[in-house]
Design a protein around this ligand. Structure first.
Ligand SMILES: [Cu+2]
Length: 111
């Protein structure tokens, strides 16, 4: 075995370790959940997710909406059929609004 082979073997082991560390940081069950925006309403209005899950909002209205949770996440105005995704990395209750129509609200509960 040459020194070069040994070196690339070592490098491969380091990379494998790094990859498994990254995988270990994310729960194995990480899911993608969808919230639709229709007729000024978030559906479902409340979603329960686990840390590591991703929620994607899709705007089905023909006017723009946003998804804003103060200090947590903030989408740009979404036009028709545009989406916004956010991955929740810490537990808690995330109440959110449409900043253009503040009476529109929803809740993501992360456990
Ligand atoms: Cu709106």
């Amino acid at each position: 075995m040459t020194l070069g082979t040994l070196h690339s073997l070592g490098l491969r082991m380091v990379m494998a370790a790094a990859i498994s560390l990254q995988l270990g940081a994310l729960p194995a069950h990480a899911q993608e959940l969808t919230v639709t925006i229709d007729n000024f309403t978030f559906t479902p209005q409340e979603v329960k997710v686990k840390v590591g899950d991703t929620v994607t909002w899709t705007n089905h209205d023909d006017i723009p909406h946003t998804v804003v949770s103060a200090g947590k996440f903030r989408s740009k105005p979404m036009d028709t059929d545009n989406t916004f995704s956010f991955t929740f990395i810490s537990a808690g209750d995330y109440k959110y609004f449409c900043s253009l129509h503040p009476h529109m609200s929803g809740m993501i509960k992360v456990e």
